[in-house]
Design a protein around this ligand. Structure first.
Ligand code: KE4
Length: 424
């Protein structure tokens, strides 16, 4: 059945025809394609079109799709069943791997999505500090829990406003939204809310507003001011963990957060999330402490087996330099193509993450990201898609590379990006 026919059926039964809004192509226009198979760097659509994939299922597929080692690990686990509802050996091995990769994590709890991980970390920070307020940053996305679907309020230093229908104003009042990369805003928020801020949650490198990296010293300042005020610093590394380095951004930047949230890669493509950090904080979690958190399928043996295989592959391959070279190839191709026609473009890239902003100014926060030409991005997106390259269907998402992109896939992709920019 074609994508169009599938989409028509899906829209009858699933809101917008999708199980996650970004997949609906609303911000780039057109109708989404359906995928029936994925392997390596390639997606095969329901219309038998092959696409070079730079979404990588939004991060998990760092080894490419359907990697034989991950597939074999799932198959082996499947022989013993799909879910036990009891502790299982895979969970222990996963916990040991996470703690090994992330020295800041002394104890870790598995869950089933990044949203669960960040929601639980926020509750834990509040339970540990007995404070209610949290700080998040404009442009950072941490999943769809009520406390985090909040946009900056009128007084950005006081409280936020709901960023979705269904979020009570009373919830929004406990979330302060600050601009990213703005140390003075941090000072002001802590001064305006003395002894009230339970936690600060940040994407240390932003991947949900396009790809934005912090100014030098910004994360260190954030670590200092949160330590000074007894506020729990939460690094949301659901996207960057295991992707930008084995130990994520905290390894690259040499910063030790109090809690870290993880997901995506640690499920090897199956549903997963995790949060962990200082043992004295984590031991406030049930059944040890008073902060409740739970999940029927948390630590699911199939997801653990897939994630363990993905992490073991990272240990063996240590692919980060190769991934950074691939990202650099893509970045250089886009910059050269845009320069040849005097088109302003920013291509922030680090390792296997990148984004393409049609913007004359460097993008350093939500406000500058919004000044990019999203309409032009939409035309660029569809031009690439028509030539067989699938970028994230939004001007405000990050792109992802995998080790499977090496060789012909990256070479073809660079040609396509170049041709598409030429014809814009
Ligand atoms: P999930 O609940 O979607 O597993 O994770 C939420 C989440 C938390 N933290 C960060 C840093 C994230 O990037 C995400 C989810 N990322 C989006 C990509 N923009 C998932 C794609 C989608 O919503 O379909």
């Amino acid at each position: 059945m074609s994508s169009a026919a599938l989409f028509a059926r899906a829209q009858q039964l699933i809101p917008g025809g999708v199980n996650s809004p970004v997949r609906a192509f609303r911000s780039v226009g057109g109708a989404p394609f359906f995928v029936k198979a994925a392997r390596g760097a390639t997606l095969t659509t329901a219309d038998d079109v092959e696409l070079i994939d730079f979404v990588c299922t939004w991060g998990p597929a760092i080894h490419g799709h359907n990697h034989p080692r991950i597939k074999a690990a799932i198959a082996a686990a499947l022989e013993s069943g799909t879910s036990f509802g009891t502790p299982n050996p895979y969970e222990v091995e996963m916990a040991e791997l996470i703690v090994q990769f992330f020295p800041s994590i002394q104890k870790v709890r598995m869950c089933n999505s990044g949203t669960e991980a960040t929601m639980s970390a926020i509750r834990l920070a509040r339970g540990y500090t007995k404070r209610d307020k949290i700080i998040k940053f404009a442009g950072c996305y941490h999943g769809h829990s009520d406390s985090l679907l909040i946009k900056a309020g009128s007084g950005a230093l006081t409280h936020g406003n709901p960023d979705s229908a269904g979020v009570p104003a009373s919830f929004a009042r406990e979330t302060i939204v600050l601009p990213y990369n703005d140390p003075a805003a941090l000072d002001a928020a802590f001064a305006a809310n003395p002894g009230q801020i339970a936690g600060v949650i940040i994407e240390p490198y932003c991947g949900n507003v396009g790809f934005i990296m912090p100014d030098a010293g910004y994360l260190r300042y954030l670590r200092e001011i949160t330590a000074k005020h007894g506020t729990v610093l939460i690094f949301d590394e659901v996207m960057t963990g295991f992707r930008l380095a084995k130990g994520g951004v905290q390894e690259l930047e040499g910063i030790t957060p109090d809690l870290t949230t993880l997901g995506k890669i640690i499920g090897g493509g199956l549903p997963v999330g995790a949060f962990g950090g200082r043992a004295d904080i984590m031991d406030h979690l049930a059944p040890v402490g008073p902060v409740y958190q739970a999940g029927t399928l948390s630590g699911n043996p199939l997801a653990m087996a897939a994630g363990i295989a993905a992490l073991r592959l990272l240990e063996e391959l240590n692919p980060y330099a190769r991934l950074d070279a691939l990202g650099g190839q893509l970045r250089d191709a886009v910059i050269a193509a845009a320069a040849s026609k005097g088109m302003p473009v920013q291509v922030p890239q680090r390792g296997s993450m990148f984004s393409i902003f049609f913007n004359a100014a460097p993008v350093r926060d939500y406000a500058t990201a919004l000044q990019s030409d999203a309409k032009l991005f939409g035309r660029f997106f569809h031009g690439c898609l028509a030539r067989g390259v699938y970028l994230a269907p939004s001007a405000y998402e990050a792109g992802f590379l995998s080790t499977a992109h090496e060789g012909s896939a990256i070479a073809r992709a660079c040609e396509v990006l170049t041709e598409t920019i030429r014809d814009l």
